[in-house]
Design a binder for this molecule. Structure first.
Ligand SMILES: Nc1nc2c(ncn2[C@@H]2O[C@H](COP(=O)(O)OP(=O)(O)OP(=O)(O)O)[C@@H](O)[C@H]2O)c(=O)[nH]1
Ligand SMILES: [Mg+2]
Length: 200
């Protein structure tokens, strides 16, 4: 069977996506809606981290995605550093009715960049159903996403607006970026090997 650069079978591509955001912005609800099509007004706070798995077939390749749902409570943040380093994609979520959840995104983005050089970073404004209580305009979301150079989506776990569209685009982009990175690495290895032979 054909092996990829990490010596895994081609079929065994496994990618990790982490979701981060302040307490109560709706991280767990977004995954619950996407993976199980359920929503609860009494969603419980996440403790530490939970992981969900979903299999995809993308361009005839089998890809398993692991979604890491993190707790928004600050005492857990330091524990995520190692996971962040290994994440292939990162989703930053804010609540469109809570200014503080939006303000903190930029700070987290800068910290993220110290731990992970992935280009697969996404910005999600959740609770778009609460339009009358909106504190962050859609334009502000778009502007921040442009500044951070990432894709932006407004979603609602409650009404299911844009949930699967956003997550599936995130999955697709993360996979494509992973392939780009992998190809870059194999070209580098080929060039290195070539040089070695020349020097012999
Ligand atoms: N109106 C509305 N409420 C939402 C939406 N998504 C989540 N909620 C509510 O917001 C609250 C928090 O949702 P969670 O999904 O538990 O939030 P979380 O980000 O996982 O919170 P932590 O695990 O504590 O970090 C719950 O009461 C949800 O019912 C949404 O799209 N619209
Ligand atoms: Mg949660």
């Amino acid at each position: 069977m054909k092996k990829n650069i990490d010596n895994y079978d081609e079929e065994e591509i496994k990618l990790r996506i982490m979701i981060l955001g302040k307490r109560g912005v709706g991280k767990t609800s977004i995954f619950n809606r996407y993976l199980n099509n359920i929503f609860s007004f009494s969603s419980l706070h996440t403790f530490g981290m939970e992981c969900y798995r979903k299999n995809y077939t993308i361009n005839s390749n089998k890809v398993t995605f692991y979604f890491f749902d993190t707790a928004g409570q600050e005492k857990y943040y330091s524990k995520f550093t190692n996971y962040l380093r290994n994440a292939n994609g990162i989703i930053l979520v804010y609540d469109i009715t809570k200014e503080d959840s939006f303000e903190i995104i930029k700070i987290w983005f800068d910290q993220l960049k110290d731990n992970n050089n992935t280009n697969s970073i996404f910005l999600l404004g959740n609770k778009s159903d609460l339009n009358t209580k909106r504190a962050i305009s859609k334009e502000d979301g778009i502007t921040l996403a442009e500044e951070l150079n990432c894709e932006f989506f407004e979603v609602s776990a409650l009404s299911n607006e844009n949930i699967s569209e956003a997550i599936e685009k995130i999955v697709d982009i993360t996979y494509k970026n992973y392939l780009k990175e992998k190809n870059k690495n194999s070209i580098y290895i080929e060039m290195r090997d070539h040089k070695k032979i020349q020097n012999c």
